[in-house]
Structure formats: C-alpha cells, structure tokens
Design a protein around this ligand. Structure first.
Ligand code: PMP
Length: 389
C-alpha cells in the first residue's frame, strides 16, 4: 500500500511515551529461564467456583449486553460488599457502575470531570496509566513526589504547594503500586482536609484494598466529608485474582456517577456479561479464597522484605498490594541499569523504579506474586548479581 503523506495520528498520541514496564516484559519474553518479578498480577488462577459461574452463565445462554451500569444483581452485591468490607454506602441503582477493569473506571473518571487545561495532582511513584489518562482526557497532570524518607507517603503540605486555581482533583492510590505503601485513617484524614478546604475531588484507586497485611483498611470515601467528593475505583483483578476478566467498578455520588454513565454508555456500553456473572459469585462466596490468598501474600512479603534487607537492598515494609520497592542506591547503578544488567546477567526481571515517577529512581519494583521457591531463587540470583558488581 502506498504510504500516505498525511499525519493521521493525533499529536497527543504521537507524544505519548510507551509504558516503561512493557519494555521489560518484551525483553524478558524473548529469553529463557527468566524469573519474572515484573508482572503486576496475582499468580493464582481465579478460584474454580468463580470460573464455574461464568461457564454456567454461558450454558444458560446469557450472552447478550447487560444494562450500561452492569447487572443489577452485581451492583447490589457490590453495594453490600462495599458496605460490609469498607463501611461505605452506595446505592446499587444510581451510584455504582461496573467497568472494564479499574483501568476503564479511571479513564471514565478523567473524561467525565476534566475540561481542557484542568489540573489533576498525581502522587508519584504511581501506576503508569494515571498521567496518560489525565492527558488523553485533555487535562494536565501535576506530578508530586512521595518520598522514600516518608515511607512514600505524601505529606499534606506537599499537596498544598501544588494546588492552583485549575486543580480539580487529586489522584491517590492506597495500597500503592509500585511502593506497596498504605495510608492509615489519620493520613487519609489529613489529605481529606485539604481536599475539602480547596474544594477538590479525590479519585481514590483502591484496587488493592483487599491486599492489606498489617492494619484494617480505610477507604477514602469512609472519611468524614469525603463521600461527596470521592470517586472510588475498585475491581476484581487483584483481590479476586481476576485480571483477565477485565472487571472493575466505580462508586460515586449520583451527580457524578450519572455523568460518568453518559460517557460509559457511549464508550463501552457495558462490561463483559460472563465476567459479571463470575463477579457475582466472587462477591457471594469468594471470601475464604481471598483470605487464603492474603495470607499467602503476607508470608511472601515478609520473606522478600527481610531478604532484601539482609542482602543490602534497603526496603521499607509495604503495608499492602504485592510489591516490594527496595532501594538499589548502594549499588551505584541507576534503576534502569540495575534492571537491565540483572536481566542480562541473572535472568531476573524487575521493573526500574523511574518508570513510576521521579522519586521512584534509585529503586526497583519487585512483584512478590510468585511462589516462595521462585522468590528464594530470585533473591539468590539478585545477591549474586550485587556481589559481582
Ligand atoms: N490501578 C492500579 C494501581 C493498578 O496497579 C492496576 C493494575 N496493574 C490497575 C489500576 C488496573 O487494574 P484493572 O486490571 O482492574 O484494570
């Protein structure tokens, strides 16, 4: 075909950088015998009863679209789940939308609230999608760095320093990807106070809420005065080991959720029907398995954090998610150099911390959603690599 002269790709997309995580996946994929601590997903297969519920739905011929907001039965289960687990109240008929993963919930939130030039404060290090999602929705991402010396917790005065007349929202993730840091009730209250003072929304990405290991989880929407200014994002990928089902949800007060539904009905219509049937089963009967998985992650977290500290990679204790974020500063390498050389010399894939933001430099993200045997072998190899430097 003759190449066209016209530039069809938008400037915005042309300028979009490819995800720094993908590059390491692609490098590792072409190699043999690689232990990957790079992937941000559970190593568990979705529990059988959940898979069976999807199979049953297909056998019964439930293959059509669902309502835009999702099956009412699922929204009722979500409403009950959010109330019983996280002490927040959302109406199943008006305030919950079932989405295509937490990813589409975040995209939906941005597209619904942002006018061109509106600013969203993005707390880094963070999930690689936040900044592109703000920008693709026409907004401006204002990055602010949570620092290692504060255990990667953002301080209220850091937020105040970057608030401007154009700030509309703060994007917050707890437990965090990539640091595993979880904010407690007092820390959330301090951030909430600022959101209330400056009349801002908080987009709370709580996708790892199930995976908290030391303290009870507090949702941002459960903080006094925050329900009306929180867009609460959650989903099934992490806690229920359902990444491939592409199912998440968003809860927000009716004024916001009804506006989000307008976008969702045009952009996606609805989430996958069989995944929604699976999710009903996950919420009805999935607790014992979730609790087993949490126990297993906790054991692995304790092992990997202790091991990293023992081999000289200083690592804070992550309160949740399934990532350790040790410092590699003692090696004198940048995070990109460390990750690349470790992969080439010892066949271990980790993600360089700089892909998650400026303050991630000097660290690597290691997912511990792998078997203990694999983690042990990975630690041996990392130690050998450090000793060889
Ligand atoms: N938020 C965070 C912080 C994540 O780490 C991820 C997945 N890596 C997502 C959202 C997206 O999850 P989902 O599979 O539900 O789209």
């Amino acid at each position: 075909m003759k190449a066209t002269k016209r530039q069809f790709i938008s400037k915005m997309v042309t300028d979009l950088k490819p995800s720094g995580i993908r590059r390491f996946f692609d490098l590792a994929a072409g190699m043999e015998g690689v232990i990957s601590l790079g992937v941000g997903e559970p190593d568990f297969v979705t529990p059988w009863n959940i898979r069976e519920a999807a199979i049953n739905s297909l056998e019964r011929g439930f293959t059509a679209y669902t309502p835009n907001a999702g099956l009412l039965e699922l929204r009722e289960e979500i409403s009950y789940y959010m109330n019983s687990q996280f002490d927040v109240n959302y109406s199943p008929t008006d305030e919950i939308i079932v989405t295509v993963g937490a990813s589409s919930a975040i995209d939906l939130a941005m597209r619904t609230i942002l006018d061109p030039g509106d600013e969203v404060i993005v707390v880094e290090p963070c999930f690689v999608s936040y900044v592109p999602m703000v920008e693709l929705a026409g907004g401006v991402a204002v990055q602010v760095q949570a620092l290692k010396e504060n255990d990667f917790k953002i301080l209220p005065n850091q937020l105040e320093q970057v608030i401007s007349s154009k700030t509309k929202a703060i994007m917050l993730c707890s437990p965090n990807n990539p640091t595993g840091t979880m904010l407690n009730k007092q820390e959330l209250e301090a951030i909430a106070k600022i959101a209330i003072q400056h009349d801002l929304l908080i987009i709370a990405d709580e996708i790892y809420a199930e995976l908290s290991y030391d303290e009870d989880y507090t949702s941002m929407a459960a903080i006094e005065g925050m329900r009306e200014r929180t867009i609460l994002v959650n989903g099934f990928s992490k806690g229920f080991a359902m990444t491939g089902w592409r199912l998440g949800f968003v809860c927000a007060p009716i004024e916001i959720s009804s506006a989000m539904l307008k976008v969702h009905q045009y952009a996606l219509m609805c989430a996958s029907t069989m995944s929604q049937y699976a999710a009903i089963e996950a919420l009805k009967n999935g607790r014992p398995e979730v609790e087993e998985m949490v126990k297993s992650y906790r054991r692995r977290r304790n092992y990997i954090v202790q091991s990293f500290n023992e081999i000289g990679l200083e690592c804070h204790i992550p309160g949740g998610a399934f990532y350790a974020f040790p410092s590699i500063k003692s090696t004198g390498l940048t995070s990109q150099q460390f990750a690349e050389q470790l992969l080439m010399k010892e066949n271990v894939a980790v993600v360089p911390g700089d892909v998650f933001g400026e303050s991630g430099e000097g660290h690597i993200r290691c997912s511990y959603a792998s078997s203990l045997e694999e983690l042990q072998e990975a630690v041996n190899r990392i130690k050998r690599f450090i000793d060889s430097l």
